[in-house]
Each structure stands twice: as structure tokens, then as C-alpha cells.
Ligand binder design. Sequence first.
Ligand SMILES: *Cc1c(COP(=O)(O)O)cnc(C)c1O
Length: 401
Amino acid sequence: MKRTTGQDRSITSKWRPATQAVRGGTARSEWGETSEALFLTSGYSYDKASDAAARFAGEQQGMTYSRLQNPTVEMLEKRIALMEGAESCRTMATGMAAMTAVLLCQLSQGDHMVAGRAAFGSCRWLTDTLLPRFGIETTIVDGSDTDQWKDAIRPNTKLFFFETPANPTLDIVDLEAVCGIAKEAGLLSVVDNAFATPLLQRPMDFGADIVAYSATKMMDGQGRVLAGAVVGKEEFIEKTLLSFTRNTGPTLSPFNAWVVLKGLETLDLRIRRQSENALKVASFLDRRVATLYPGLASHPQHNLAMRQMDAGGTILAINVDGGRTQAHGLLDALELIDISNNIGDSRSLMTHPASTTHAGLSAETRAAMGVGEGMLRLNVGLEDPQDVIEDLDQALVAVGL
Ligand SMILES: *Cc1c(COP(=O)(O)O)cnc(C)c1O
């Protein structure tokens, strides 16, 4: 494949993240197409048997099989790495494939890790249910309490794993402090950055070693496909992670990679507008119900959030006093906002985590995480924020709030 002169790495690596989101990693074919080509192929052919042998021996550049390499997928990997300012990226079929691979590729029986308690439900299932089956123990800490991270370190601790902002409680972890503790102890810090994306927060700038994504969320951003990604140092991605994923196969489909490439072109626009809309909606809600949004001064960690993020993001949560009955009643009264457990979509979506995304956890685990029966999570989309506010207003009135 040919690269245009503008794709010289010494030039492209200077571009800012919003430019990378539109152009980073583009590799043009002999036809010189402006947008990224979609290579729907599972395999590749060779001119000679000796070429196949040389490629398998790693002596000749080129692709062999789409579980291992694909031109469209590679463009996405280069783009995400450039946006993140990272050496390397590997994409995965889903965000959970990324989280599972990033942990299993480096942890072995007898190892220990420390994880933030507020986390995506399936991430908690990994730490609480899957990893113990393989003799890997996790200490769960209140991620917002920096001392707890330090105190949880044992001689066999290998890594820290957390989200910030966390799903759905919007807890913030102090990236600089916690990644600093990891570094001092010789551990790796792994950050799930799905809520913010590299356009609002670049954890590596604060010392994180590895950043993992559900690209299903803001990166695709229009509710079309599932995808995941892991970024980090070349050594980690190309050796530790790649040997795991090449052989276990959580590969991203080229079609989905192509959709995410297209989504990234508008990521900067979308995430900034959706964050602006979310701030307007959160300011309205804050006057009526208990509201959690990192961009609001009422958030207990607002100052920290604004030190490490460019804007508050697209997601907020509210707590109603009337528990599940009132929360479900509010959802049922919505006319514009969809009842949907997805996030990062350009449509406004609202869900009741305790009965959906976090229903798989025990009531005690949910309570310890701060996911109560009266909690509702809202992803604010690209609609006119006044329409979203009016819909919430009438739904709040409908349940007596
Ligand atoms: C959605 C999500 C995941 C899982 O991603 P999928 O693409 O749905 O597999 C992991 N972490 C966070 C923070 C998420 O929001």
C-alpha cells in the first residue's frame, strides 16, 4: 500500500489529537482513495511459496491472515495510537475483549491486582468471578481514595486497573497520584478510558502505562458497532498482548474497524457538543434531584476532574429517593430519551443500572459501589439540549419530582 507524502510518520506524529482523529493512520491503496478503504478479506495470497515461508518466518513484511493483520484494522490501530500519543495499539472485537485480553495476557496464577470498586459490570465480573478461577486475586478499593491503592499493594501485586470517570457512579480517580504509586512500586497501571476518550483525557500524560477502550462508546459514537482497543508501549502491545490475541482470536472485524474510523472523524465535534449539552442538562437536573456530573461544581471531585479532563463528558447520573419504583416510573414517562443501557451514542439514552448493566452483581456489591435502587444513568446525545431538558422535566413531574 502506498502512503501519501502527508503520511510520513515524522510529520503525522506532530498533529494534534483532533487532526489525528480525521487523518491519522490513513494508508492509501494504489487508487489514491481519499477515505479509508474497506478490506473485507480473511486471507492474503503470495506470489511464491518462498514468500509465504518468509512471511511466516517474519522475514518479509506483509499480511498473512486477518486474525493477525488486516489493512483496514491496521489503519484504525495507527489512528488510535496517534490520538493517544502512544507507541502502539491493538484493536479487539469488543471493549470486554480488550479488558479480558489486557488482564489475561499479563497475569498468571498466584498474581494479585488492585482494582477500583466502581466499574463497568462485566469488568467487575472479570475481577470477582473469572480471574479467581485461575488463581488471580483482586483487592477492590475505593478508587477515589488514593491511600487505599497504596495500602492494597502486596509482594505479588502486578497491576492497578480502574476507570475514570467510573461507570455509572462518575467517581474520579486521581490519575497522576495513583499511576505514580504504581510506578514507584514497579506495577503497571491499566486505565479504562471509555467515558472520556483521548480527546477529553489522555491517561498516559499522567503516567498510565496502558489505556483500554470500549470503542463501541464515543469512538463509534453512533450506536452502530462494537469494538475495543488497547494502547501502550510497543514492547507490551507487540509482545505480551499480541501473542495472546493472535492465538485466542478476539479480532475486530474489518467492517467494524471501518465504521469506527468513520466515527472518529467526528469524535472531537461530538464529544465537545455532547459534553456541552450534558452540562446544560446536569445543571437543570441538579436543581431538582441529586445529580452526579464531573463538570458540575457540585461533584465532590469536580476540581480533580477538571484538572485531568478537558470537559465533563457525556454521562451523568441522578439519584431519586423513591428507589426502583420511582426510577422505573421516570424511565417509563420519557418521550424523547430512549430507555437503553448503551452509552456514548449520539442519541440521549437513560438506564437503571441496578436492574440492567449492574444486575449481575450482588446487592451488597452494588451498594458498596454506590449503585443504589434509585440511581439512573443518562447519556446525553446530540439533540437540542432544551428538548432533552423538557423531556426530563415532564418525566420528573410524572413521578412527583
Ligand atoms: C461499555 C464499556 C465496556 C465494555 O465494552 P463493550 O464494547 O460493550 O464490550 C467496558 N468499560 C466501560 C467503562 C464501558 O462503558
